[in-house]
Design a protein around this ligand. Structure first.
Ligand code: PEP
Length: 252
C-alpha cells in the first residue's frame, strides 16, 4: 500500500505573514485527514515559521531546492543539514523551472538527491518532457533517461525512499493538464524503470502527477492505478482549492 501524497509547491510566492495565515486556514480544513500525506513547499524565508506552525499536525513542510555540499563558499545556497535543522522533511529536486532557468542538470539532480537522502530528507524528484519532445514522440525516452540518471549510484533501499513527480513541462502553469490516461502510462513506465533498478523495493515509491492539477481534475488522476498523488503549483496557493484537492484524493 502506498500512501497518497498531495504536495503544494508555492514557488516564489507568499510572505511569512501570508504563509502563516494560509497554514492556519489549511490546518482547520484538513485536520481530520489521516490517509493523505500533505506536504507544503513554501519559499525558504517562510520555512521556519511554517515548521513551527505545523508541528504535531498532519501537514509536513519541505523546501523547493537545496545544495549538495554540506557547507562552504556557495553564496546563496542552502544545505540539506540546514533544511533539517529548520524542521523540513522533504525537498523538491529537479523542478523543470530550476532545470530551465537555473541550469539544473541530471547530474546536479543526482548529487542533490544523494545529499538529501544522506541527511534524512525525502526528495521529491521532478521529471518530464517539453512540448517539442512530446510532439516528437520522445516522452518515454526523455523521462526514462531523467529517472535513470537521477538515481545513478544510489542504493536500492534509498531509491525506495524517493517520491517521483512526473510533470510534463508543457502542463506546468499553463492550465493544460495531461490526460489521466497519458499520465498513467508514463507513470507506469517510470515504475517499470525504477523496478528494473531497485527490484521489488520500487513498489513502495510514490509517483505523483504534476501539471495544472485543480480540484476539478484531481479525481481523474487519483483513480489511476499507478498515480499516487499530485504535485500542485498554482492551485496550492489557495488553501480552499488545496484542501479540496486533498479531500478529493482521499480513500484510494
Ligand atoms: C508545479 O510547479 O510543480 C506545478 C505542477 O505547477 P502548476 O500546478 O501550476 O501547473
Amino acid at each position: 500500500m502506498r500512501k497518497t501524497v498531495i504536495a503544494g509547491n508555492w514557488k516564489m510566492n507568499k510572505t511569512i505573514k501570508q504563509a502563516v495565515e494560509y497554514i492556519e486556514e489549511l490546518k482547520s480544513r484538513v485536520s481530520d485527514v489521516d490517509d493523505v500525506e500533505i506536504v507544503v513547499f513554501p519559499p525558504f524565508t517562510a520555512l521556519l515559521e511554517m515548521c513551527i506552525a505545523t508541528d504535531k499536525t498532519n501537514i509536513s513542510i519541505g523546501a523547493q531546492n537545496l545544495h549538495w555540499e554540506k557547507s562552504g563558499a556557495f553564496t546563496g545556497e542552502i544545505s540539506a543539514e540546514m533544511l533539517r535543522e529548520v524542521g523540513c522533511g522533504y525537498v523538491i529536486i529537479g523542478h523543470s523551472e530550476r532545470r530551465q532557468y537555473f541550469g539544473e542538470t541530471d547530474e546536479s539532480v543526482n548529487k542533490k538527491i544523494k545529499a538529501a537522502l544522506k541527511h534524512g530528507l525525502i526528495p521529491v524528484v521532478c521529471v518530464g518532457e517539453t512540448l517539442p519532445q512530446r510532439e516528437e514522440g520522445l516522452t518515454e525516452q526523455i523521462v526514462e533517461a531523467q529517472v535513470k540518471r537521477a538515481v545513478d549510484g544510489i542504493a536500492q533501499d534509498d531509491i525506495a525512499k524517493l517520491i517521483v513527480a512526473y510533470e510534463p513541462v508543457w502542463a506546468i502553469g499553463t492550465g493544460k493538464n495531461a490526460s489521466s490516461d497519458d499520465a498513467q502510462q508514463v507513470i507506469a513506465n517510470i515504475r517499470d524503470v525504477l523496478k528494473s533498478i531497485a527490484g521489488d523495493k520500487a513498489d513502495s515509491i510514490r509517483i505523483l502527477y504534476g501539471g495544472s492539477v485543480k480540484p476539478d481534475n484531481i479525481g481523474g488522476f487519483i483513480k489511476e492505478q499507478d498515480i499516487d498523488g499530485a504535485l500542485v503549483g498554482g492551485a496550492s496557493l489557495n488553501p480552499l482549492d488545496f484542501s479540496e484537492i486533498i479531500t478529493r484524493s482521499r480513500g484510494k
